[in-house]
Write a protein that binds this ligand. Structure first.
Ligand code: ATP
Length: 452
């Protein structure tokens, strides 16, 4: 099986089936902003739920948090975002386009797109200027008198400023973590590649606080854990790699960062960054807030500022990677079958219940089965169109199982259970179906694209 996926095919499928579409379309859209429709919401919710399950549900040492998007402006002073969260920007006076100075070699000249900015005789580039990526707004009824605040560009700082609260209420001691999922905003100069880089996106971040001497060990631990998360959810291992930052790429506070990268059709690109942030953040906030952000062991009296290991992932990027990795086409009965070979736990709909014909008592039995199944998992009932068409519709949204009620069902209470990937069909007793599908949902899974 060759990998047929392209970004254009993903964008088209997402639009066609209402996963993700351009925002404000009736007004002509706003650049690089997207809305998620029904299946997109279900898929991204599953991605986030799997993250919560791995980070919090199945552990004893991580707790959840949901901090505000608008925080005290001093947060961003302390974190260094006000001064340093900038991209170097270059304008072209001729074509009026704006480029990231560090992306010139992958940008196209406005006059002659086959060349890079600066390479055409008419290019007239300005010097690079720093451009802060934070969105600014004001709180208070009168704009002029209000205080300037920022939409958070990452969720992480909301965790650091709550370190003391959590320490007090959660009865945790290092090593322990605080996890958060939520929207972040960055006024990206060159957004693009669908939901890979947008100005409004969701992050899934966890700050893991450890005794300083254990930082290296936990850094290695989280690298392995995060890699495992993606592969267990079906990402093909040969499409995933860990890339350690070179010394000149490292943030000033980081003693080690590795990116989890996925091989998108646009090339290897970051899905998640895992950083050993040392004690930079807690110390910076302690200083700016004139407070103590440290751990004190009540038994030994020992006190220290914990070091922090941060796995920072993007929910939209992960969703895109799962879609890309799952996308497949195959020739079937002289037609191209488009199928999303998603991990069943990520699939927006787990099971479709289909009466073979819309008569002879079949819809009634099918609806009864549907009512039972949908209490246990996301299910869909569909009686419109030929059975082949209905299967194709489910294949396109990645539904792993199709259940068909036919004339035999009315005789022996068995149904046909169809597998999305192998297309195998087996007769299955209706009364055991719910338990069986729940068992399959819990089972380990690997992408059938791997075997091909
Ligand atoms: P990049 O280098 O791609 O701009 P980054 O290194 O600035 O990303 P982080 O600050 O480490 O990103 O954020 C953690 C994660 O949040 C990223 O790995 C990515 O998954 C997600 N993310 C960051 N910026 C965006 C964006 N503009 N659109 C969508 N997701 C984003």
């Amino acid at each position: 099986m060759t990998d047929v996926v392209t970004m254009d095919k993903i964008v088209a499928l997402c639009k066609r089936r209402g996963f993700i579409f351009p925002s404000s379309e009736i007004y002509g859209g706003v650049g690089s902003t997207y809305d998620y429709g029904h299946y997109g919401v279900l898929l991204k919710t599953n991605v986030k739920n799997e993250w919560w399950r791995a980070m919090v549900g199945e552990r004893d040492d991580v707790v959840a948090l949901d901090s505000a998007i608008i925080q005290h402006p001093k947060v961003w002073e302390a974190s260094g975002h006000l001064a340093g969260f900038t991209d170097p920007l270059v304008d072209c006076r001729t074509c009026k386009l704006r480029f990231r100075a560090d992306h010139i070699d992958v940008s196209a000249c406005g006059k002659k797109p086959s060349k890079h900015p600066g390479e055409h005789s008419e290019c007239d580039l300005t010097e690079a200027r720093d451009f802060n990526l934070m969105f600014e707004t004001t709180v208070g009824p009168v704009k002029e008198e209000g205080a300037t605040v920022y939409l958070r560009p990452e969720t992480a700082q909301g965790i650091f400023i709550n370190f003391k609260n959590v320490l007090q209420f959660s009865r945790k001691k290092p090593p322990f973590g605080i996890a958060q999922v939520g929207k972040s905003f960055r006024n990206e100069i060159t957004p693009g590649n669908f939901v890979f880089r947008t100005r409004e996106f969701e992050q899934m971040e966890m700050e893991f606080f450890v005794p300083p001497a254990e930082a290296e060990r936990w850094f290695a631990y989280w690298l392995a854990e995060r890699e495992r998360w993606y592969t267990e959810l079906g990402i093909r291992p040969d499409h995933l790699r860990m890339r350690a930052h070179d010394a000149d790429e490292l943030s000033h506070y980081s003693s080690g960062t590795s990116d989890v990268e996925y091989r998108f059709p646009i090339g290897w690109s970051e899905l998640e960054g895992i950083a050993n942030r040392g004690d930079f953040d807690l110390k910076a906030h302690a200083e700016h807030a004139r407070d103590k952000l440290e751990y004190v062991d009540t038994a030994s009296g020992e006190r220290y500022v914990p070091h922090v290991i941060e796995p920072a992932a993007g929910a939209d990027r992960a969703t895109l990677a799962f879609l890309v990795d799952a996308y497949d086409e195959e020739e079937l009965e002289n037609e191209t079958r488009t199928v999303l070979r998603l991990h069943p736990r990520l699939a927006p709909v787990k099971v479709a219940v289909l009466p073979l014909v819309k008569k002879d008592g079949q819809p009634e039995v099918a609806k009864e089965l549907y009512a039972d199944l949908r209490r246990r998992m996301q299910a869909e009932y569909d009686e419109g169109g030929s059975i082949g068409k209905r299967y194709r519709r489910q294949d396109e949204i990645g539904t792993p199982w199709g259940v068909t009620v036919d004339h035999q069902t009315l005789e022996d209470r068995t149904v046909t259970l169809r597998d999305r990937d192998s297309l195998a069909q087996e007769r299955f007793p209706i009364d055991a179906l719910g338990d069986e599908l729940e068992r399959r949902l819990r089972a380990a899974w690997t992408s059938p694209k791997l075997a091909a």
